[in-house]
Design a protein around this ligand. Structure first.
Ligand SMILES: Nc1ncnc2c1ncn2[C@@H]1O[C@H](COP(=O)(O)OP(=O)(O)OP(=O)(O)O)[C@@H](O)[C@H]1O
Length: 269
């Protein structure tokens, strides 16, 4: 079953003086139980794509289906109900994901009030490395602990789609590995589809697929240890940085058809 489908999704942030085109035609399909890392340079559009999948933003153009629903056709109320029941979201700023005055355990319990089925609170906190602070108010946890709590909260109601923005950015290697395992297990044990924005190459290698977003579209995809370039709708291809050293931007090149591909050579001098 396809859980996420983007067809030529465009997103433009409108401002009085300047419009910013953050996504310029994203095509993407993610199936049930798949884990996907969204990588790419700063400003490439990763967070924007995650917010669209979470229903926190709507696309400016293109088609977006999440969990079988056409996002365009959902009312704001239906969209927030879908998010509350079937989607878990970890936002980039850890403090925005937690209720500061409630304990870690109460935060998880609150998240379970709506949803499909629940995970035992103690076990979840233990696996997030938070067993010893279960009764401490979330506002008195460190940034890294809040980040792990945010992941536990997002998983608490066994969502069908789990979206996380930089969930390991404030963690040391050991805690980051624990969070990556937690997310990967959600996909393998509960069939949850997991999409994570990250700068951490370890997330990319641990997950089923890694997509590199460059200049607002999917430029390449890593799968089973192989990196593939993705040809855009307009026929364009984004060369990875290593190949740009051979053909820098602006180079005139000759494209020649081969039986199984296309060869690019710099114009003879
Ligand atoms: N609310 C906003 N209003 C206007 N422009 C925005 C807004 N949010 C993001 N942008 C712009 O949209 C583009 C994509 O931003 P986005 O945050 O999606 O990138 P990103 O790949 O997640 O970056 P980072 O890795 O730095 O978090 C950038 O040019 C950014 O400046």
């Amino acid at each position: 079953m396809t859980v996420v489908r983007c067809d030529n999704v465009v997103h433009i942030y409108r401002a009085e003086d300047d419009d910013v085109v953050a996504l310029r035609g994203v095509d993407l399909e993610v199936g049930q139980g798949e884990s996907v890392a969204l990588l790419g340079p700063s400003g490439a559009g990763k967070t924007t794509l995650l917010w669209l999948l979470a229903g926190l933003l709507r696309p400016s153009a293109g088609g977006l289906h999440v969990l079988g629903r056409d996002v365009e056709k959902l009312s704001p109320g239906a969209l927030s109900r879908l998010r509350a029941r079937e989607i878990g979201v970890v936002l980039q700023n850890p403090a925005r994901n937690v209720l500061a005055y409630a304990t870690a355990a109460q935060n998880v319990a609150q998240a379970q009030r709506i949803g499909r089925t629940r995970r035992p609170i103690g076990e979840l906190l233990e696996r997030a490395g938070l067993g010893h602070v279960a009764r401490r108010p979330a506002g008195r946890l460190s940034g890294g602990e809040q980040q792990r709590l945010a992941v536990a909260i997002a998983m608490a109601h066994r969502p069908r789609l789990l979206l996380a923005d930089e969930p390991t950015s404030q963690l040391d290697r050991a805690s980051a590995t624990a969070v990556i395992e937690l997310l990967r297990d959600a996909a393998s044990e509960s069939g949850t589809t997991v999409v994570v924005v990250t700068h951490d190459p370890a997330v990319g290698t641990a997950f089923d697929r890694s997509l590199t977003i460059r200049d607002g579209r999917v430029g390449s995809e890593g799968k089973d240890g192989t990196e593939y370039l993705v040809v855009g709708r307009d026929g364009s291809v984004q060369l990875p940085p290593a190949l740009q050293e051979i053909l820098p931007p602006g180079t005139r090149a000759v494209a020649r058809a081969l039986p199984d591909g296309v060869e690019l050579r710099r114009e003879a001098e």
